[in-house]
Write a protein that binds this ligand. Structure first.
Ligand code: SF4
Ligand code: SF4
Length: 515
């Protein structure tokens, strides 16, 4: 108890609703906006064919012939991954050989990469997958230097086990990582972080050598799958340019690959792509298509969610798990969490790791069954099947909104802690860039940070309600049923938005304390 209270007292961010002058006014305005958004979409519940008004605006990012030529180069994929892979190796070395709590590996991984990853997904889709160092090594082992082998790849090419052809392996790894990250403090432990990084490489390489294509990326990589669902909201997509060209195409190289390219590593049919979820932006299909009929586009955010045609049970479970774990992150950084874990620790006479594990399991299963119970309750008023599975996707934008708000705190408050560890990457007391006296400080003032956090939660809420409105049309023709579902899901979304806003006003324990 004493130890956890000290952690909180020493490390919390000194801001709370008590010292924010107009907290009540800010919260009142936000509530009003939440209600207005609800009303705007509720008034449109009677309307039909809202799916047809999904924006078709696109901007072809590869319309410039030089850019297209660069992406079509056979060295492109290797080149954009080479430097991130080198950096990754250096990070691992600092983790294995540097000081456990002061070397670069933990700070870079959790303060920089893990925090920025969600920003990249939100604004640029699956760009991390495009430069993924784990997949770089998988390609290196399978296709050789510069990935020259391609058609004659080494590997067993076995089929991925049928029972695991879903995203449950990724969900399992995601839950385990959250448990290690929050319960065992690996965000401060460079040695452990390096082992985790190495484990990801080993899994990616072994999977590439044993199973066909990139089964690991498709089914097991937690980063790929979490960012895959978030990427449905992102304003970047890879799609065909002209449907008629694909219809007339007899060769379909985007599916078969060519002598210099592989088929889609994640088993997608690129010319039929309508969702970002499983596309890793590897650009292999862009190189395969000799008609130059695939490209990267800018588009309005959230489009995938509005026009999604099929729902999958495993993806809906992942959407719920992402929602729960993202908010769970917030809870574990408040003072209440430390009070609860200390309470459980006293009752059960166990240490923090055990009380954390017990409370995490209670939260995870409790929240999941609450959501499922809510789903069953609403389903009583609706005639169709799988209503809940179809609507689980509408939680993605609000989850992303809160995730961005939460990460904004780490980004703007803590990123400057990277400076001393870049100056001394092994923690040996080096002064590589003469910055030994640097004092880390937040990049922006707390008011600005709060406005950013509140804005992204509001934007996430808006896109969730918009997606809800459009998905209801796919589920039911009856206005009464749609209204019931809308009210139910709107209310639960409102509770989540209020919770997200409440977190913004709480003092939070930071990650960077021991840097
Ligand atoms: S994307 Fe290219 S290769 Fe694939 S079907 Fe269309 S035209 Fe053919
Ligand atoms: S659709 Fe194209 S870019 Fe996306 S993963 Fe498949 S081959 Fe790569």
């Amino acid at each position: 108890m004493k130890e956890t209270t000290q952690i909180y007292d020493n490390w919390c961010l000194p801001s709370s609703s008590e010292i924010i002058k107009y907290a009540g006014l800010e919260q009142g305005i936000l509530l009003l906006l939440f209600v207005l958004i609800g009303l705007v979409f509720a008034f449109r519940l009677k309307g039909k064919n809202s799916l047809s008004i999904v924006s078709s605006y696109r901007y072809n990012l590869l319309s410039n012939s030089y850019l297209l030529k660069i992406v079509k180069s056979k060295y492109f994929s290797f080149s954009i991954r080479f430097l991130p892979a080198l950096l990754f190796v250096f990070i691992l070395i600092t983790g294995f050989y540097g000081r456990k709590y002061t070397s670069l590996a933990a700070g870079f991984t959790w303060l920089f990469w893990w925090t920025l990853l969600i920003y990249f997904v939100a604004f640029a889709g699956k760009v991390f997958c495009a430069v993924c160092p784990w997949d770089f090594f998988a390609n290196l082992f399978q296709f050789g230097w510069f990935h020259k082998l391609k058609k004659s790849s080494s590997g067993l090419n076995l089929k991925w086990p049928k029972a695991l052809k879903n995203v449950y392996p990724a969900i399992f790894f995601f839950v385990v990582l959250t448990w290690l990250e929050l319960g065992f403090d690996i965000t401060r432990n460079s040695y452990f972080t390096a082992w985790l990084g190495l484990l990801m490489v080993v899994m990616a390489v072994l999977s590439a050598l044993i199973f066909e294509r990139r089964s690991f990326c498709r089914y097991a990589c937690l980063v790929g799958r979490v960012s895959g669902l978030y990427a449905q909201v992102s304003p970047v997509e890879l799609r065909k340019i002209n449907s008629q060209v694909c219809t007339a195409c007899k060769t379909k190289e985007c599916i078969t690959g060519t002598t210099a390219t592989t088929p889609c590593p994640t088993f997608e049919k690129p010319f039929k792509l309508e969702q970002n979820t499983y596309c890793t932006l590897c650009t292999e299909c862009i190189r395969s298509c000799d008609k130059d009929n695939l490209s990267l586009f800018l588009r309005p955010p959230g489009v995938d969610l509005e026009k999604i045609k099929t729902s999958r049970k495993d993806e809906s479970v992942l959407a719920y798990v992402m929602l729960i774990l993202t908010f769970f992150h917030g809870i574990t950084m408040t003072k209440y969490w430390f009070t609860w874990t200390a309470y459980i620790g006293n009752i059960a006479n166990v240490n923090y790791q055990w009380s954390f594990t017990i409370l995490m399991l209670i939260t995870l299963f409790g929240a999941y069954f609450l959501l499922k119970g809510f789903e069953l309750f609403i389903a009583r008023f609706v005639s169709g099947n799988n209503m809940g599975m179809n609507l689980a996707y509408v939680f993605i934008p609000i989850t992303l909104g809160y995730h961005l708000g939460h990460n904004s705190m780490h980004l703007f408050i803590e990123l400057s802690y990277l400076v001393p560890i870049i100056n001394d990457p092994f923690g040996f007391g080096w002064n590589l860039f003469g910055l030994a006296g640097y004092q880390p400080a937040p990049f922006i003032n707390p008011d600005m940070l709060r406005y950013i956090q509140l804005s992204v939660v509001l934007i996430g809420f808006y896109y969730s309600i918009k997606a809800l409105r459009q998905r209801l049309e796919q589920i039911s023709d009856a206005v009464k049923e749609r209204t019931m579902m809308f009210i139910g899901y709107y209310l639960i979304m409102l509770v989540l938005a209020v919770l997200a806003i409440w977190f913004v006003y709480q003092p939070m324990v930071m990650k960077s304390v021991s840097v």
